[in-house]
Ligand binder design. Sequence first.
Ligand SMILES: NC(=O)c1ccc[n+]([C@@H]2O[C@H](COP(=O)([O-])OP(=O)(O)OC[C@H]3O[C@@H](n4cnc5c(N)ncnc54)[C@H](OP(=O)(O)O)[C@@H]3O)[C@@H](O)[C@H]2O)c1
Length: 313
Amino acid sequence: MQKISLGESKLSSSRLAYGCWRLAPAGDVKTNLEIARAAILAAVDAGFTLFDHADIYCHTRAESAFGEVMRENPKLRKKLLVSTKCGIRLADEPPGTPQRYDFSAEHIIRSCEQSLRRLHVEEIDLFQLHRPDWLMDADEVAIAFTSLHKSGKVIEFGVSNFAPSQVAMIQRALLQKLEQPLVANQVEISLANLTAFTDGTLDQCQSLNLTPLAWSPLAGGLLGDGGKDLLPSQQGYRVDGILAALDAMATQRGVTRTALALAWLLKHPAKIIPIVGTANPDRIRAAALATKIELTREEWYHLLLAARGEPLP
Ligand SMILES: NC(=O)c1ccc[n+]([C@@H]2O[C@H](COP(=O)([O-])OP(=O)(O)OC[C@H]3O[C@@H](n4cnc5c(N)ncnc54)[C@H](OP(=O)(O)O)[C@@H]3O)[C@@H](O)[C@H]2O)c1
């Protein structure tokens, strides 16, 4: 699979990333390990090198299952980039607390250290803030990031679900304290969710040379063979028109609908890296074929119009 730099860093990622959110859905450790092992090894074989996590995925079980696969395959580490996120704290952890976001330096540093242990790696290649904390203090974030970088625990930093104004705020503090810019903003982008094209996110990624990482690139499965465990925000997506346009073009080109939906993201000049989320090895291999599809401007706009459901002005 083709490679691409993350932002201005020296880290080189596969053109598609693999998302580990759904890696450990079962109650028991053995089943989770089997699912994770099959998915990770299929993704590595298909050329994926960037693996995206968060501390909260499957209540930490996704990181732990991944860590176990790393333990079983020690030679894998140097082939992969390991990315994770922190900053979301679930309700009742500890008991009696509400759901909240926490970018305090103490929480950021502690989360990173816990993820390192679960992931069974010496350092995290890309460490991201998961969702903007309403009480975010950019200077405190920069202090935490500087400490994690200087202690060798994290190589590069990114954010997720940040508005352009929030990216600018963190970027400014980070450049002052660490002299190292953010490399990525991870946001939802797909034919079913066009927000990043219109709210300034992709414009900012191009102008700051930040890599846009696209979560739910198949709208959680709605652009594939159906979504399960959709996020509440995705449950209202109407994709019939998109699927009809994708299917017609896929038949014409002799490719799959899902590869086409991912190739549509790859075409954008901001150099979007879609994060593929299926745990099914056959679907992982099918997704990788997106990197072999080059869409014309006309094909790209054809799918955009289907996604908009109305003409351009
Ligand atoms: N930063 C954030 O806030 C945030 C939020 C959400 C996700 N993420 C990241 O983005 C990654 C991807 O998100 P996602 O899982 O929603 O991505 P996705 O690729 O849009 O959706 C994957 C889901 O689609 C299903 N699916 C159905 N038909 C499919 C097909 N033909 N091909 C592929 N998948 C098909 C999969 O089921 P099967 O597994 O049964 O194939 C899986 O449940 C996550 O793993 C995580 O790393 C980040």
